[in-house]
Write a new protein. Sequence first.
Length: 369
Amino acid sequence: MKKSKEENITSVLKLIAPGTPIRDGLENILRAKTGALLLITDNSEILKEIVDGGFTINEEYTSSKLYELAKMDGAIVLSGDMKRILYANAQLIPSHEIITTETGTRHRTAERTAKQTGELVISISQRRNIITVFKGNDRYVLEDTEVVLNKANQAIQTLEKYKKVFDNKLNILNEYEFNDIVTLQNVILAIQRAEMVMRIVDEIQRQIYELGNDGRLVKMQLEELIGGLEKEEKLIIKDYLVATKKKNTPEKVIEKLEELEYEELLKESVIAKLLGYEYFDNYDEVGVYPKGYRILSKVPRMPSNIVENLVESFKSFQHILAADIESLDDVDGIGEVRARTIKQSLKRMQEQFVFDNIIWCKIKKEDNK
Protein backbone atom coordinates (compact mmCIF):
# COMPACT_ATOMS: atom_id res chain seq x y z
CA MET A 1 0.00 0.00 0.00
CA LYS A 2 2.77 2.40 0.98
CA LYS A 3 4.69 1.67 -2.21
CA SER A 4 1.64 2.22 -4.45
CA LYS A 5 1.10 5.64 -2.84
CA GLU A 6 4.72 6.61 -3.54
CA GLU A 7 4.35 5.47 -7.15
CA ASN A 8 1.10 7.43 -7.46
CA ILE A 9 2.70 10.65 -6.22
CA THR A 10 5.84 10.09 -8.29
CA SER A 11 3.82 9.69 -11.50
CA VAL A 12 2.05 12.99 -10.75
CA LEU A 13 5.30 14.82 -10.00
CA LYS A 14 6.71 13.73 -13.36
CA LEU A 15 3.69 15.21 -15.15
CA ILE A 16 3.88 18.62 -13.46
CA ALA A 17 7.64 18.99 -12.93
CA PRO A 18 9.29 22.41 -13.45
CA GLY A 19 9.95 22.98 -17.15
CA THR A 20 6.72 21.29 -18.29
CA PRO A 21 4.04 23.46 -19.96
CA ILE A 22 1.48 22.69 -17.25
CA ARG A 23 3.91 23.72 -14.49
CA ASP A 24 4.61 27.02 -16.27
CA GLY A 25 0.88 27.74 -16.23
CA LEU A 26 0.56 26.80 -12.56
CA GLU A 27 3.49 29.03 -11.63
CA ASN A 28 1.93 31.96 -13.52
CA ILE A 29 -1.31 31.53 -11.57
CA LEU A 30 0.65 31.25 -8.32
CA ARG A 31 2.49 34.52 -8.99
CA ALA A 32 -0.75 36.30 -9.94
CA LYS A 33 -2.36 35.04 -6.69
CA THR A 34 -5.69 34.35 -8.41
CA GLY A 35 -6.07 30.74 -7.29
CA ALA A 36 -7.38 27.92 -9.49
CA LEU A 37 -9.02 24.50 -9.54
CA LEU A 38 -8.05 22.05 -12.31
CA LEU A 39 -9.46 18.64 -13.17
CA ILE A 40 -7.44 16.49 -15.59
CA THR A 41 -9.48 13.76 -17.29
CA ASP A 42 -10.60 12.30 -20.62
CA ASN A 43 -13.40 10.25 -19.09
CA SER A 44 -16.74 11.43 -20.54
CA GLU A 45 -18.70 9.67 -17.78
CA ILE A 46 -16.77 11.61 -15.12
CA LEU A 47 -17.38 14.86 -16.98
CA LYS A 48 -21.15 14.19 -17.02
CA GLU A 49 -21.15 13.16 -13.35
CA ILE A 50 -18.93 15.87 -11.85
CA VAL A 51 -18.80 18.91 -14.15
CA ASP A 52 -21.68 21.38 -14.22
CA GLY A 53 -22.07 24.73 -15.96
CA GLY A 54 -19.20 26.71 -17.39
CA PHE A 55 -18.48 26.80 -21.09
CA THR A 56 -16.70 24.61 -23.61
CA ILE A 57 -13.24 25.70 -24.73
CA ASN A 58 -11.73 22.66 -26.50
CA GLU A 59 -8.61 24.59 -27.45
CA GLU A 60 -4.93 23.65 -27.50
CA TYR A 61 -3.33 24.19 -24.10
CA THR A 62 -0.92 27.07 -23.51
CA SER A 63 0.25 28.43 -20.17
CA SER A 64 -1.01 31.93 -21.05
CA LYS A 65 -4.53 30.61 -21.84
CA LEU A 66 -4.60 28.75 -18.53
CA TYR A 67 -3.49 31.89 -16.71
CA GLU A 68 -6.23 34.01 -18.29
CA LEU A 69 -8.98 31.42 -17.68
CA ALA A 70 -7.93 31.07 -14.03
CA LYS A 71 -9.04 34.68 -13.46
CA MET A 72 -12.60 33.35 -13.43
CA ASP A 73 -13.90 31.63 -10.30
CA GLY A 74 -14.87 28.26 -11.78
CA ALA A 75 -12.83 25.12 -12.37
CA ILE A 76 -10.83 24.39 -15.49
CA VAL A 77 -10.92 20.93 -17.09
CA LEU A 78 -7.90 19.72 -19.08
CA SER A 79 -7.56 16.61 -21.24
CA GLY A 80 -5.74 13.60 -19.78
CA ASP A 81 -2.54 14.42 -21.69
CA MET A 82 -2.85 18.11 -20.64
CA LYS A 83 -2.59 19.21 -24.26
CA ARG A 84 -6.11 20.65 -24.52
CA ILE A 85 -8.31 22.88 -22.38
CA LEU A 86 -11.79 21.33 -22.44
CA TYR A 87 -13.91 23.51 -20.11
CA ALA A 88 -13.54 26.73 -18.12
CA ASN A 89 -15.47 28.44 -15.33
CA ALA A 90 -17.16 25.12 -14.57
CA GLN A 91 -18.46 23.89 -11.24
CA LEU A 92 -17.30 20.56 -9.85
CA ILE A 93 -19.99 18.75 -7.87
CA PRO A 94 -18.55 15.69 -6.07
CA SER A 95 -20.55 13.80 -3.45
CA HIS A 96 -20.78 15.68 -0.15
CA GLU A 97 -20.75 12.33 1.66
CA ILE A 98 -17.06 11.87 0.85
CA ILE A 99 -14.94 12.73 3.90
CA THR A 100 -12.45 15.57 3.44
CA THR A 101 -9.81 16.93 5.82
CA GLU A 102 -9.33 20.17 3.87
CA THR A 103 -10.66 23.54 5.04
CA GLY A 104 -11.01 25.88 2.04
CA THR A 105 -13.91 25.39 -0.40
CA ARG A 106 -11.57 24.93 -3.37
CA HIS A 107 -9.42 22.34 -1.59
CA ARG A 108 -12.43 20.45 -0.18
CA THR A 109 -13.90 20.19 -3.67
CA ALA A 110 -10.54 19.09 -5.09
CA GLU A 111 -10.07 16.31 -2.51
CA ARG A 112 -13.63 15.00 -2.91
CA THR A 113 -13.38 15.05 -6.70
CA ALA A 114 -10.07 13.17 -6.66
CA LYS A 115 -11.40 10.54 -4.25
CA GLN A 116 -14.62 10.06 -6.22
CA THR A 117 -13.04 9.89 -9.69
CA GLY A 118 -9.47 8.71 -9.04
CA GLU A 119 -8.31 11.46 -11.43
CA LEU A 120 -5.67 14.15 -10.97
CA VAL A 121 -7.03 17.37 -9.45
CA ILE A 122 -4.87 20.44 -8.79
CA SER A 123 -5.84 23.19 -6.38
CA ILE A 124 -4.00 26.51 -6.11
CA SER A 125 -4.77 28.43 -2.94
CA GLN A 126 -5.29 32.14 -3.50
CA ARG A 127 -4.74 33.01 0.15
CA ARG A 128 -1.89 30.62 1.10
CA ASN A 129 -0.30 30.73 -2.37
CA ILE A 130 0.49 26.99 -2.54
CA ILE A 131 -0.16 24.26 -5.11
CA THR A 132 -1.77 21.06 -3.80
CA VAL A 133 -2.23 18.01 -6.03
CA PHE A 134 -4.76 15.25 -5.37
CA LYS A 135 -4.82 11.86 -7.10
CA GLY A 136 -7.32 9.32 -5.83
CA ASN A 137 -6.84 9.17 -2.06
CA ASP A 138 -3.36 10.72 -2.18
CA ARG A 139 -2.41 14.33 -1.56
CA TYR A 140 0.84 16.23 -2.07
CA VAL A 141 1.79 19.88 -1.55
CA LEU A 142 4.33 21.24 -4.03
CA GLU A 143 7.10 23.22 -2.40
CA ASP A 144 9.21 26.06 -3.72
CA THR A 145 12.04 24.83 -5.96
CA GLU A 146 14.73 26.33 -3.72
CA VAL A 147 13.29 24.55 -0.65
CA VAL A 148 13.16 21.21 -2.49
CA LEU A 149 16.72 21.69 -3.79
CA ASN A 150 18.02 22.32 -0.25
CA LYS A 151 16.24 19.20 1.00
CA ALA A 152 17.68 17.16 -1.88
CA ASN A 153 21.23 18.34 -1.13
CA GLN A 154 20.81 17.47 2.56
CA ALA A 155 19.45 14.06 1.58
CA ILE A 156 22.48 13.47 -0.67
CA GLN A 157 24.77 14.14 2.31
CA THR A 158 22.76 11.69 4.45
CA LEU A 159 22.91 9.15 1.62
CA GLU A 160 26.71 9.40 1.50
CA LYS A 161 26.93 8.53 5.20
CA TYR A 162 24.53 5.59 4.94
CA LYS A 163 26.27 4.34 1.79
CA LYS A 164 29.61 4.29 3.65
CA VAL A 165 28.09 2.14 6.39
CA PHE A 166 26.61 -0.21 3.78
CA ASP A 167 29.96 -0.44 1.98
CA ASN A 168 31.58 -1.39 5.30
CA LYS A 169 29.03 -4.17 5.90
CA LEU A 170 29.56 -5.34 2.34
CA ASN A 171 33.37 -5.38 2.72
CA ILE A 172 33.01 -7.55 5.82
CA LEU A 173 30.61 -9.88 4.01
CA ASN A 174 33.01 -10.15 1.06
CA GLU A 175 35.95 -11.19 3.24
CA TYR A 176 33.86 -13.53 5.38
CA GLU A 177 32.45 -15.31 2.34
CA PHE A 178 35.95 -16.16 1.14
CA ASN A 179 36.94 -17.31 4.63
CA ASP A 180 33.72 -19.30 5.13
CA ILE A 181 32.82 -17.55 8.40
CA VAL A 182 29.61 -15.73 7.43
CA THR A 183 26.90 -15.54 10.07
CA LEU A 184 23.23 -14.83 9.53
CA GLN A 185 23.73 -11.53 11.35
CA ASN A 186 26.31 -10.41 8.75
CA VAL A 187 23.77 -11.03 6.01
CA ILE A 188 20.92 -9.33 7.90
CA LEU A 189 23.02 -6.22 8.60
CA ALA A 190 24.00 -5.91 4.94
CA ILE A 191 20.36 -6.22 3.81
CA GLN A 192 19.14 -3.73 6.44
CA ARG A 193 21.73 -1.15 5.38
CA ALA A 194 20.98 -1.68 1.70
CA GLU A 195 17.27 -1.12 2.30
CA MET A 196 17.95 2.01 4.39
CA VAL A 197 20.03 3.40 1.54
CA MET A 198 17.31 2.57 -1.01
CA ARG A 199 14.69 4.40 1.06
CA ILE A 200 16.80 7.55 1.01
CA VAL A 201 17.27 7.04 -2.73
CA ASP A 202 13.49 6.87 -3.23
CA GLU A 203 13.09 10.14 -1.32
CA ILE A 204 15.76 11.88 -3.42
CA GLN A 205 14.27 10.45 -6.62
CA ARG A 206 10.93 12.00 -5.76
CA GLN A 207 12.64 15.34 -5.12
CA ILE A 208 14.39 15.06 -8.50
CA TYR A 209 11.01 14.60 -10.20
CA GLU A 210 9.67 17.59 -8.30
CA LEU A 211 12.69 19.69 -9.34
CA GLY A 212 12.36 18.83 -13.02
CA ASN A 213 15.08 20.57 -15.05
CA ASP A 214 16.58 22.01 -11.86
CA GLY A 215 17.34 18.53 -10.54
CA ARG A 216 19.96 17.50 -13.11
CA LEU A 217 22.98 17.92 -10.80
CA VAL A 218 21.27 16.09 -7.94
CA LYS A 219 20.43 13.26 -10.35
CA MET A 220 24.08 12.98 -11.45
CA GLN A 221 25.24 12.83 -7.82
CA LEU A 222 22.64 10.17 -7.02
CA GLU A 223 23.62 7.97 -9.97
CA GLU A 224 27.28 8.19 -9.00
CA LEU A 225 26.56 7.22 -5.38
CA ILE A 226 24.28 4.22 -5.92
CA GLY A 227 25.71 2.58 -9.03
CA GLY A 228 24.99 -1.16 -8.79
CA LEU A 229 23.49 -1.04 -5.28
CA GLU A 230 20.09 -2.50 -6.24
CA LYS A 231 21.79 -5.40 -8.01
CA GLU A 232 24.05 -5.96 -4.98
CA GLU A 233 21.08 -6.16 -2.61
CA LYS A 234 19.21 -8.55 -4.89
CA LEU A 235 22.22 -10.88 -5.21
CA ILE A 236 22.83 -10.92 -1.44
CA ILE A 237 19.25 -12.08 -0.98
CA LYS A 238 19.59 -14.61 -3.82
CA ASP A 239 22.76 -16.02 -2.20
CA TYR A 240 21.16 -16.64 1.20
CA LEU A 241 17.48 -17.20 0.39
CA VAL A 242 16.26 -20.53 1.75
CA ALA A 243 14.45 -22.69 -0.80
CA THR A 244 10.83 -23.27 0.30
CA LYS A 245 7.71 -24.87 -1.15
CA LYS A 246 6.26 -21.39 -1.74
CA LYS A 247 9.09 -20.66 -4.21
CA ASN A 248 10.16 -17.40 -2.66
CA THR A 249 12.23 -15.14 -4.95
CA PRO A 250 14.60 -12.18 -4.34
CA GLU A 251 12.06 -9.91 -6.04
CA LYS A 252 9.31 -10.97 -3.62
CA VAL A 253 11.63 -10.48 -0.63
CA ILE A 254 12.53 -6.97 -1.81
CA GLU A 255 8.83 -6.12 -2.22
CA LYS A 256 8.20 -7.25 1.37
CA LEU A 257 11.22 -5.27 2.61
CA GLU A 258 9.83 -2.13 0.98
CA GLU A 259 6.54 -2.61 2.82
CA LEU A 260 8.19 -2.83 6.26
CA GLU A 261 7.93 0.05 8.70
CA TYR A 262 11.30 1.40 9.85
CA GLU A 263 11.01 -0.25 13.28
CA GLU A 264 10.31 -3.63 11.66
CA LEU A 265 13.27 -3.24 9.33
CA LEU A 266 15.58 -2.97 12.35
CA LYS A 267 14.41 -6.32 13.78
CA GLU A 268 16.81 -9.13 12.87
CA SER A 269 14.07 -11.75 13.30
CA VAL A 270 11.89 -10.05 10.67
CA ILE A 271 14.66 -10.06 8.03
CA ALA A 272 15.62 -13.65 8.90
CA LYS A 273 12.01 -14.77 8.45
CA LEU A 274 11.81 -13.09 5.03
CA LEU A 275 14.89 -15.06 3.99
CA GLY A 276 13.25 -18.28 5.16
CA TYR A 277 15.15 -18.85 8.43
CA GLU A 278 13.59 -19.76 11.74
CA TYR A 279 13.89 -17.70 14.92
CA PHE A 280 17.22 -17.74 16.79
CA ASP A 281 18.24 -16.06 20.05
CA ASN A 282 21.57 -14.95 18.60
CA TYR A 283 21.92 -14.60 14.84
CA ASP A 284 25.64 -13.98 15.18
CA GLU A 285 26.07 -17.64 16.15
CA VAL A 286 24.20 -19.01 13.12
CA GLY A 287 26.52 -19.95 10.27
CA VAL A 288 25.20 -19.52 6.72
CA TYR A 289 26.71 -20.35 3.35
CA PRO A 290 26.41 -18.28 0.17
CA LYS A 291 25.54 -19.92 -3.13
CA GLY A 292 28.01 -17.66 -4.95
CA TYR A 293 25.80 -15.56 -7.23
CA ARG A 294 27.06 -12.17 -6.00
CA ILE A 295 30.82 -12.81 -6.04
CA LEU A 296 30.69 -14.70 -9.35
CA SER A 297 28.80 -11.79 -10.96
CA LYS A 298 31.96 -9.69 -10.40
CA VAL A 299 34.09 -12.02 -12.57
CA PRO A 300 34.78 -10.22 -15.89
CA ARG A 301 32.76 -11.34 -18.93
CA MET A 302 30.76 -13.86 -16.92
CA PRO A 303 27.23 -14.31 -18.38
CA SER A 304 24.43 -14.92 -15.87
CA ASN A 305 23.61 -18.32 -17.39
CA ILE A 306 27.19 -19.49 -16.70
CA VAL A 307 26.86 -18.29 -13.09
CA GLU A 308 23.63 -20.29 -12.81
CA ASN A 309 25.38 -23.39 -14.20
CA LEU A 310 28.23 -23.04 -11.68
CA VAL A 311 25.91 -22.65 -8.70
CA GLU A 312 23.73 -25.52 -9.90
CA SER A 313 26.79 -27.78 -10.26
CA PHE A 314 28.64 -26.93 -7.02
CA LYS A 315 25.71 -25.81 -4.78
CA SER A 316 27.84 -23.41 -2.68
CA PHE A 317 30.48 -20.71 -3.11
CA GLN A 318 33.02 -22.60 -0.98
CA HIS A 319 32.79 -25.61 -3.31
CA ILE A 320 33.31 -23.32 -6.31
CA LEU A 321 36.27 -21.67 -4.57
CA ALA A 322 37.84 -25.06 -3.80
CA ALA A 323 37.27 -26.49 -7.27
CA ASP A 324 40.29 -27.01 -9.54
CA ILE A 325 40.42 -25.94 -13.18
CA GLU A 326 39.47 -29.42 -14.41
CA SER A 327 36.31 -29.46 -12.24
CA LEU A 328 35.31 -25.99 -13.41
CA ASP A 329 35.98 -27.01 -17.02
CA ASP A 330 33.43 -29.83 -16.66
CA VAL A 331 30.59 -27.37 -16.07
CA ASP A 332 28.40 -26.67 -19.11
CA GLY A 333 29.51 -23.49 -20.92
CA ILE A 334 32.93 -23.24 -19.22
CA GLY A 335 36.05 -24.07 -21.19
CA GLU A 336 39.60 -24.22 -19.89
CA VAL A 337 40.25 -20.52 -20.63
CA ARG A 338 37.17 -19.37 -18.71
CA ALA A 339 37.96 -21.80 -15.87
CA ARG A 340 41.41 -20.19 -15.47
CA THR A 341 39.84 -16.73 -15.61
CA ILE A 342 37.43 -17.67 -12.80
CA LYS A 343 40.23 -19.01 -10.58
CA GLN A 344 42.44 -15.97 -11.16
CA SER A 345 39.59 -13.49 -10.69
CA LEU A 346 38.50 -15.07 -7.40
CA LYS A 347 42.07 -14.97 -6.11
CA ARG A 348 42.44 -11.27 -7.03
CA MET A 349 39.09 -10.44 -5.45
CA GLN A 350 40.01 -12.17 -2.20
CA GLU A 351 43.22 -10.14 -1.96
CA GLN A 352 41.38 -6.92 -2.82
CA PHE A 353 38.66 -7.50 -0.22
CA VAL A 354 41.27 -8.02 2.52
CA PHE A 355 43.03 -4.83 1.44
CA ASP A 356 39.70 -2.88 1.37
CA ASN A 357 38.94 -3.91 4.96
CA ILE A 358 42.41 -2.85 6.13
CA ILE A 359 41.93 0.57 4.50
CA TRP A 360 38.43 0.89 6.01
CA CYS A 361 39.76 0.14 9.51
CA LYS A 362 42.47 2.79 9.12
CA ILE A 363 39.93 5.39 7.96
CA LYS A 364 37.66 4.55 10.89
CA LYS A 365 40.54 4.95 13.36
CA GLU A 366 41.38 8.34 11.85
CA ASP A 367 37.75 9.47 12.11
CA ASN A 368 37.60 8.45 15.77
CA LYS A 369 40.67 10.47 16.76
